[in-house]
Design a protein around this ligand. Structure first.
Ligand code: ACM
Ligand code: ZN
Length: 539
C-alpha cells in the first residue's frame, strides 16, 4: 500500500510538474502530434460503458486489452453498450476520413471519452494512450480498490511518422520463455510499436519446432555450456569471461508460437520471424551437418562471435532443406515479411568447397560475395512466389542486391542509403543509435556505449536522400542481442527506457521531438514501468 501511494504520489507529482512547466503535453510516449490539456478529469467507474461503432470483431479486439487491464486492476467489466447517450461512456467510432490507418482522435471530457479512428488499429492506439494517462496502478495484477481511475481532460490528434516501428529480440543466444516474449510484445504495443522481430535461430541455438526436421530442436536448441562475462575487466580492459559448465537451451513448439502470434495480433503487432542464413547457422548444422561444406561434425556454439561453418551454397539439398523449413514458417506466421538474416557470412568454407566452387563456375560468377547474392536471391524468389517480402541485414547488398529484398541497415546508415537509392525498401537499425545491448551509462568501461539521448536524437531518414528516395525508408527498429544478456529481467533493463526513445523516433514528427520534454514524460511512464515490475535503467 505504501509503495502504491508512493507511486501515485510520484505520478501526480509529475503531472503537476508538467502542468507547472506550462507544457501542452500529458505524460504520453510517443508524443502525439497535437495534444491540449484541459481542466477536469474523466473517472472510470464500475458502471463505465464502451460504445463501438461499428460493433464488430475487429472493434471488440481493439478494446480488449484495455478491458482486460481494467478488469484486473480495477475489477470493472466495462461492458459494451448500444446507447451512445449514456453518461460516463467511452465512444469509439470509425471515421474513414482520417488520413492514416493508425491515426486516431481522442477527446476526454468529464462525462464522456470520444475516440475516432480510420481503423480499429487507431482505436487500439487511443486505448494505449488512455492506458498511459491512467494511474500506474492500471498495470497491477490484482484489484487496487483504493485507486481513483482518473484520466485528465484533453484533446489529441495523432498519427505516426513511419509505418514500420519495431523492436527485435534475440532468443538464439539466450532463450526467453513464451510468457517473457509476450510481455515484451505488450510493452512494444504500449509504446505504439507495431513490429516484433523475433530472431529465432543462431549459432548458439535453434528455437522453433520444425516438424520435418525434429533434430533442429532436439539437438540444435541446446548447448553444453556458455561463455559468460564475469563483469570484471582484465588488465587490458577486456571483460573476463568463463565457461559456466551449465547446459542452456529451450525452444517454442509451433503451438506456442501460434499463441504468441495471436497475443500480438490482439495488440496490432506483426511478428516477423528471422531464420538466419547462410551464416549464424551452427545450431542447425550441429543437427544436420550434411548441409555444411565440410560435413561436420559440429556442436551448438557456447561462445559469441562469427563462425566459419555456414550453409553450403553448392548443394541443392541445402536449399531444399531451407525451403522445407521456410514452408513451415510461412504456414505459422501471417506476417507479410520473413527475415532471412544474411549478416556476417565468412566465405572461407565456400572458397575451399568443391560443390560451392562448381556452382560458381556453372553460374559464371567470380567472387564468393556473388555466391552469397545467389543464395539470398534463390531463397527470396522462393518466398516471393509464396507472397512474402524478404528482409535481410545490410550485407545482402554485397555481391548484388536480390530483387525486392528489404534492407535492414545495421552496420551504420550507409547500407540504408545505398538500398534506398536503388529503390529498395529500408528499415533503419543502425547499431550506433538503436542497439540496445550496448551499455547505457556514459561512464561504462564497455567498448560500446549508447546513452538514451543519442538514441533519442536519431532521425531514420538520412539527409543524403532525395524526397523520392526517402519514401523507401519504412521506419526504424531497436535491436536487443542477448550474447551478454542471460535473463529477461536484464533484457528489460537494457531495453528500457531506450526502447521508449525509439518508439518516439518512429512515431513523432522530427520537428516536435524535444529530449527535455521526453524526459519529463518519461517520469510518468517510468511509474507505469514500476507498476509493471520492470527494472529499467536509471542514470
Ligand atoms: C547483426 O547485428 N549482426 C545484424
Ligand atoms: Zn559448399
Amino acid at each position: 500500500m505504501k509503495k502504491i501511494s508512493l507511486l501515485l504520489g510520484c505520478w501526480m507529482g509529475c503531472a503537476v510538474a508538467l502542468l507547472a512547466q506550462g507544457t501542452t503535453t500529458a505524460g504520453i510516449i510517443p508524443l502525439p502530434q497535437k495534444c491540449t490539456l484541459q481542466a477536469g478529469e474523466f473517472v472510470v467507474k464500475a458502471k463505465t460503458k464502451i460504445v463501438l461503432n461499428p460493433n464488430n470483431a475487429q472493434m471488440q479486439k481493439a478494446v480488449t486489452v484495455m478491458k482486460d487491464l481494467l478488469k484486473t486492476a480495477a475489477g470493472f467489466a466495462l461492458p459494451v453498450s448500444k446507447k451512445a447517450t449514456d453518461r460516463n461512456v467511452i465512444i469509439c467510432t470509425l471515421n474513414p476520413n482520417l488520413k492514416h490507418d493508425e491515426a486516431y482522435k481522442l477527446w476526454v471530457q468529464k462525462d464522456k471519452i470520444t475516440i475516432e479512428a480510420k481503423t480499429p488499429h487507431g482505436v487500439f492506439y487511443a486505448m494505449q494512450t488512455l492506458r498511459q494517462l491512467l494511474p500506474p496502478a492500471i498495470e497491477k495484477k490484482t484489484v487496487q480498490s483504493a485507486v481513483k481511475w482518473t484520466i485528465p481532460c484533453l484533446e489529441i490528434e495523432d498519427a505516426p511518422r513511419y509505418n514500420y516501428r519495431g523492436l527485435h529480440l534475440d532468443v538464439g543466444r539466450h532463450f526467453m520463455t513464451q510468457q517473457e516474449v509476450m510481455r515484451y510484445i505488450d510493452l512494444l504495443a504500449y509504446h505504439k510499436m507495431n513490429i516484433f522481430h523475433w530472431h529465432l535461430t543462431d549459432d548458439q541455438g535453434w528455437r522453433i519446432e520444425i516438424k520435418k526436421y525434429p533434430k533442429l530442436t532436439k539437438v540444435g536448441a541446446w548447448r553444453e555450456q556458455t561463455k559468460e562475462r564475469t563483469g570484471e575487466l582484465d588488465s587490458a580492459g577486456k571483460y573476463i569471461a568463463h565457461w559456466d559448465n551449465r547446459p542452456h537451451g529451450g525452444f517454442y513448439t509451433q503451438a506456442e508460437v501460434k499463441e504468441v502470434i495471436a497475443y500480438a495480433q490482439k495488440r496490432f503487432v506483426t511478428v516477423i520471424p528471422e531464420i538466419d542464413m547462410p551464416g549464424h547457422s551452427l545450431a542447425a548444422l550441429a543437427a544436420y551437418p550434411k548441409f555444411s561444406c565440410s560435413g561436420g561434425p559440429f556442436r551448438v556454439e557456447g561462445q559469441w562471435g562469427i563462425f566459419e561453418d555456414i550453409f553450403c551454397a553448392g548443394q541443392d539439398a541445402t536449399f531444399a532443406f531451407l525451403e522445407d523449413i521456410l514452408t513451415e514458417i510461412i504456414a505459422i506466421f501471417p506476417s507479410p515479411y520473413i527475415h532471412i538474416g544474411g549478416d556476417e557470412v565468412p566465405k572461407t568454407r565456400w572458397e575451399r568447397c568443391h560443390a560451392c566452387q562448381t556452382r560458381m563456375k556453372e553460374l559464371g560468377i567470380k567472387g564468393e560475395h556473388q555466391l552469397q547474392s545467389y543464395f539470398i536471391t534463390r531463397i527470396s524468389m522462393f518466398l516471393a512466389a509464396k507472397g512474402k517480402s524478404v528482409i535481410g541485414w545490410d550485407e545482402v547488398l554485397e555481391g548484388g542486391l536480390a530483387p525486392d529484398v528489404i534492407v535492414m541497415s545495421w552496420r551504420g546508415i550507409e547500407g540504408g542509403i545505398e538500398a534506398a537509392e536503388m529503390q529498395h525498401n529500408v528499415i533503419m537499425t543502425p547499431r550506433q543509435y538503436v542497439y540496445l545491448d550496448y551499455a547505457q551509462d556514459e561512464a561504462s568501461p564497455a567498448k560500446r556505449v549508447l546513452p538514451l539521448q543519442k538514441t533519442y536524437s536519431y532521425d531514420p531518414t538520412p539527409v543524403e536522400l532525395t524526397p523520392e528516395e526517402a519514401q523507401y525508408i519504412l521506419g526504424v527498429q531497436g535491436n536487443v542481442w542477448t550474447e551478454h544478456i542471460p535473463t529477461f529481467e536484464r533484457v528489460l533493463y537494457m531495453a528500457f527506457p531506450r526502447a521508449a526513445a525509439i518508439a518516439e523516433v518512429g512515431w513523432t514528427q522530427k520537428e516536435q521531438k524535444n529530449f527535455d520534454n521526453f524526459k519529463l514524460r518519461l517520469q510518468q511512464i517510468a511509474a507505469h514501468y514500476d507498476a509493471m515490475g520492470i527494472q529499467y535503467y536509471q542514470p
